[in-house]
Design a protein around this ligand. Structure first.
Ligand SMILES: [Zn+2]
Length: 1024
């Protein structure tokens, strides 16, 4: 009856001339204690590339794929905020915001700055993109965040307070403590966790908690974390983009379908439902989703009305809010919160949908990102040594390209093909500019001394970005035309370094000298057919023309020794007499004779690998120094990708790994093994089938084996998608336990078919045990530990005791229905002929006595991440170039960083400030010698400069560390038991200038030099 009365009243009012008039909505509401507060947080989730490229999303191009234009979002959101000062909005992706900002008028910039100052517009997260958390390296995460945070600081003087990782597909420990707490964030929010975990947390009201991501740094880098009850969109019925179907509030009495009370009821019941699963009387509604607010008024109009009418109703309190305001409210509630350690991998949204495929998807892009990341670190150092140049070539374009490549649909491999190509193109353009910078920086360093000695100043160096596939024009050509090849070898690590380099040469009559003229022992290794095929095809795919080089015969390998942050120079010349020449490797072919019972021994240093003579299979690992001797086998297998035609239509795809059977890849060759032996290294070449081959290298001076695998084109003519793995089997009793790294930093203990936080129901015994591997994976028993390190991020697991496996490549024929709408079937095309892409990559394996493995993982891990940078030039015969100096170290020539520390960043900012980041490489308890506080002497890092002031900063260098610590919220943890005292390095004494680093600590500094006391160039002490 009530309804009839209302209708009647409305009709009567209308007939008698009641007016439909302007309603002033009261949007001023703030938090009200004692009520359920519904924090409405307007946001737009703008992927920095996914179905469209970053620029297509920004300008709204290619809208047939998806109607999305970020420019519309920013334009309309700003006008909507200017209309009502109570409205709020958060913005997250600085790659988009920068694109918009640089095109705004002065007047508009002033208005936007006012919006930021008043808190109406708040930047949160604030990196260039919302990065992926499984597949990036932590240095890339730091760099991309720093880039965005510095922009916000420069333009707005603001420091973001909140982490907003709402979409990434699982969450890492490094995100919580490093890219969260160490940035000074007060909280972190996201949406995606395992469906079983979510069900339990909803029941127990534990969607919000305190996360301690680091064992070593414990409570000193914990963060308040909130998981959304469902996803990052609003509750059902509250989405208001112009095409969305939620009913708007209709409050004009002259119109039909007046629904104010009905909609208020909907709002209240959705709020109560959420309050039911949330601690405290504050709940957050994420008002927006992907690319929303293209017409912002359609959202704000509705939220204005809801706030007005819901607060008139009075059962709950609705307000415009931000995650910062929400965090402060949670803190003010003075609650106890549960504790969470480790991470949120792997993520499943459904019993058969483990998002563990993307750990490996697009392995070529993942590898390229890693190579570019390392190059960027080295180029930035050289840019610092040379002095930053705003007009000349610099590293900015590479920094930008790398930053957006960390997006959760970029390096993750979950974007469409044309978008993956766009990321790669940007990286290659950034590289090209950085390459010019590196060449000119090296030229200026080798010509540093007074010009009187100089005969031939070097003005140009060439580099070989395709050296990995044996393409290096300067090394191939120089020796045949009678000239000598000069190689400058730069070491981006702050340690002395001994390594072996390999370059392709066209003649066997060569020898190597250091710059003092001393002959260096070297070895020639004939190029395999697999290598030459790869070279021919992929050089053409990359540069558009044939590589030539039919003369190309050998890899020339020789040892180099390079000072910290410095270079050494080597000369390769033609020899007239063969007795002076480099040693040509001896070749041995195993014909796979079953009669021969003797095993084949490879390796001439401490490490020996034994292969079976009959099948040519790896059988045993022996280290004569450590006395480790154990059986180990390696094999290749593939999983057939589920095509989604069984009861559950879930296919294996770009995101999801859903295997449907495992199949061995057997060698079908007569000639199963070729061994090359020489003074520097031994190589074992194995061709398993036409599309899987590998070369295992055992260097005389190293105690690990390097496995270079070549996988592809994966055949799919049988209509079956395939996911290729390699596995290592030992007899070690590893008790279901293995360890994988978090973004290349902390190692996290994994137990097969087990989760710490809930009682796991196992549905996918393979996919559900896969974890991201960025640095490495290891297993251990009571006497040994077996580690494998990787050269890019891959998925990995230990599915049986003593076993480890890594997924190297995937080629699939079905979409997995998570939005990308394209199959993961990468091809490489030449002249319109396409074939499945081939992946060449490296694994490094070593078995140590128990307790000894960390040293190798950490030290070699740094070397793998930061390979030596090679630059080439030539000289005429004996007419020696006068490099002055021929060897250089950017730090004091007597100094090297302690073995347990690393220099992560040495960078000159645009404003001339010098940024230094130092890291401890070990966790507490990881190594008996190295898991202790270390000390770095800044005076020796900057030997030629007078340090005026050292200011410790937050991780992204946007605030002083001391201020950040002072502002830190002190959360109360449920059932809190005393943790061992957390150790951190103390303040830097301005006279001693020594930086202490406790286990896993990363410290960031601005260094001010006294310009008056800078040592002049002529007086510069450079090591000769
Ligand atoms: Zn996204």
């Amino acid at each position: 009856m009530v309804n009839t009365a209302v209708v009647f009243a409305v009709l009567v009012a209308a007939i008698w001339g009641a007016e439909s008039e302007y309603i002033e909505y009261n949007t001023t509401q703030r938090i009200v204690s004692g009520k359920i507060n519904v924090h409405l947080v307007p946001h737009s989730h703008d992927d920095v590339g996914w179905l469209k490229t970053v620029d297509q999303y920004y300008v709204g191009a290619n809208n047939s794929i998806r109607g999305a234009c970020v420019q519309n979002v920013l334009d309309s959101m700003i006008s909507a905020l200017l209309e009502d000062k109570n409205r709020k909005f958060i913005y997250v992706e600085m790659a988009f915001f920068q694109r918009w900002w640089r095109q705004q008028s002065k007047a508009m910039k002033i208005k936007v700055k006012e919006l930021v100052n008043s808190g109406q517009l708040e930047f949160i997260n604030g990196g260039m993109c919302m990065h992926d958390e499984a597949t990036p390296h932590y240095i890339d995460l730091i760099d991309q965040t720093t880039l965005g945070h510095q922009f916000i600081l420069e333009e707005f003087g603001k420091v973001p307070r909140v982490g907003w990782q709402i979409d990434p597909f699982g969450h890492s420990a490094v995100q919580a403590y490093l890219l969260g707490a160490e940035l000074g964030f007060d909280s972190l929010f996201f949406a995606r966790i395992d469906y079983q975990d979510r069900a339990k947390r909803l029941k127990e009201k534990t969607l919000e908690f305190i996360w301690r991501g680091s064992r070593s740094l414990g409570s000193s880098s914990q963060i308040f974390t909130g998981i959304f009850p469902r996803h990052y969109d609003p509750p059902d019925g509250f989405t208001f983009e112009i095409n969305d179907v939620s009913p708007p509030i209709q409050d004009d009495i002259l119109l039909f379908d007046y629904n104010v009370q009905e909609r208020v009821n909907d709002f209240v019941s959705a709020a109560l439902a959420q309050a039911n699963v949330t601690k405290t009387n504050h709940i957050m509604w994420t008002m927006g989703t992907d690319f929303r607010y293209q017409y912002a008024n359609s959202w704000f109009r509705q939220m204005d009305k809801f706030i007005h009418y819901v607060n008139q109703d009075g059962r709950v309190n609705a307000l415009y809010s931000t995650p910062s305001i929400y965090t402060d409210a949670k803190y003010a509630a003075n609650e106890y919160w549960p504790l969470k350690v480790d991470d949120f991998f792997p993520y499943a949204d459904h019993p058969n949908a483990y998002w563990t495929g993307y750990f490996t998807s697009r392995p070529a892009l993942k590898g390229y990102v890693r190579v570019m990341s390392a190059y960027y670190q080295a180029a930035r150092q050289l840019e610092y040594f040379k002095g930053r140049n705003e007009t000349g070539p610099n590293t900015d374009a590479l920094a930008d390209a790398l930053a957006i490549a960390q997006h959760h649909d970029a390096v993750s491999g979950t974007e469409r093909q044309h978008v993956a190509s766009d990321y790669a193109l940007r990286l290659s353009m950034g590289y090209a500019e950085a390459e010019r910078l590196v060449s000119s920086a090296l030229a200026s360093l080798v010509n540093q001394r007074s010009s009187s000695h100089r005969v031939n100043p070097v003005t140009d160096f060439q580099q070989c970005p395709l050296l990995n596939i044996s393409y290096c024009p300067p090394s191939e050509a120089t020796l045949v035309n009678g000239k000598s090849l000069v190689i400058v070898v730069y070491n981006p690590l702050a340690w002395n370094r001994e390594d072996v380099i390999r370059i392709p040469v066209s003649t066997g009559q060569v020898f190597v000298q250091d710059f003092a003229g001393k002959k260096i022992e070297s070895q020639l290794l004939p190029l395999s057919n697999a290598t030459l095929t790869m070279r021919k095809h992929y050089v053409r795919a990359y540069i558009g023309k044939s590589p030539g080089g039919d003369e190309l015969k050998y890899w020339l390998a020789f040892p180099v020794s390079v000072p910290p942050l410095g270079f050494s120079t080597y000369i390769v010349s033609s020899s007239k007499q063969s007795c002076h020449s480099s040693t040509i490797s001896k070749m041995y072919r195993s014909e796979g004779s079953a009669n021969n019972n003797k095993s084949i021994e490879v390796g001439q240093g401490n490490l020996t690998l034994l292969y079976t003579a009959d099948e040519g299979k790896l059988a045993q690992y022996v280290n004569s120094r450590t006395l480790v001797k154990t059986s180990v086998e390696q094999s290749y297998n593939y999983y057939s990708g589920n095509d989604g035609t069984d009861k559950d239509p879930q296919a294996s795809g770009a995101y999801v790994f859903r295997p449907n059977g495992s199949f061995p890849i057997k060698s079908n060759h007569q000639e199963s093994l070729t061994v090359l032996r020489g003074p520097i290294l031994d190589e074992v070449h194995q061709q398993l089938n036409p599309w899987v081959s590998q070369i295992t290298r055992i260097f005389k001076a190293k105690e690990h084996a390097e496995i270079e695998f070549t996988v592809g084109p994966i055949p799919v003519d049988d209509g079956i998608g395939k996911e290729i793995i390699t596995q290592f089997k030992t007899t070690m009793k590893t008790n279901k336990t293995f360890y994988t790294d978090s973004n290349g930093r902390d190692f996290i203990k994994r137990i097969r078919d087990f989760r710490t936080d809930w009682d796991l129901q196992v549905n996918q015994p393979i996919a559900g045990n896969y974890y991201p591997v960025n640095l490495g994976i290891y297993v251990q028993d009571s006497s040994m530990e077996f580690s494998v390190l990787v050269d890019r991020s891959v998925g990995g697991s230990s599915l049986e005791d003593g076993q480890m496996e890594l997924m190297l490549h995937r080629r699939l024929l079905h979409d997995d229905a998570r939005g990308v709408g394209e199959v993961l079937n990468e091809t490489a095309c030449i002249a319109n002929k396409c074939e499945g892409v081939t992946i060449q990559g490296k694994l490094y394996l070593r078995i140590d006595p128990i307790g000894e493995g960390a040293k190798w993982r950490r030290t070699v891990g740094q070397e793998l991440y930061s390979p030596l940078l090679l630059a080439f030039t030539e000289q005429d015969g004996d007419n020696w170039l006068h490099f002055s100096p021929s060897t250089f170290s950017g730090i004091d020539s007597s100094y090297s960083l302690p073995n347990n520390t690393a220099l992560l960043t040495l960078q000159e900012f645009k404003n001339g400030k010098v940024l230094l980041r130092l890291a401890h490489l070990y966790e507490i308890g990881e190594d008996k010698n190295y898991s202790v506080t270390a000390s770095v002497e800044l005076k020796k890092l900057f030997p030629n400069k007078k340090i005026n002031k050292v200011t410790e900063m937050s991780l992204s260098a946007n605030q002083e560390r001391a201020e950040m610590e002072e502002r830190k919220l002190n959360w109360k943890v449920d059932g809190f038991t005393e943790e061992p005292k957390v150790v951190r390095g103390g303040p830097v004494d301005p006279s001693k200038l020594e930086v202490e680093l406790a286990p896993m600590e990363i410290r960031t500094f601005f260094i001010d030099f006294n310009p008056l006391q800078t040592v002049t160039e002529a007086e510069n002490h450079v090591a000769m």
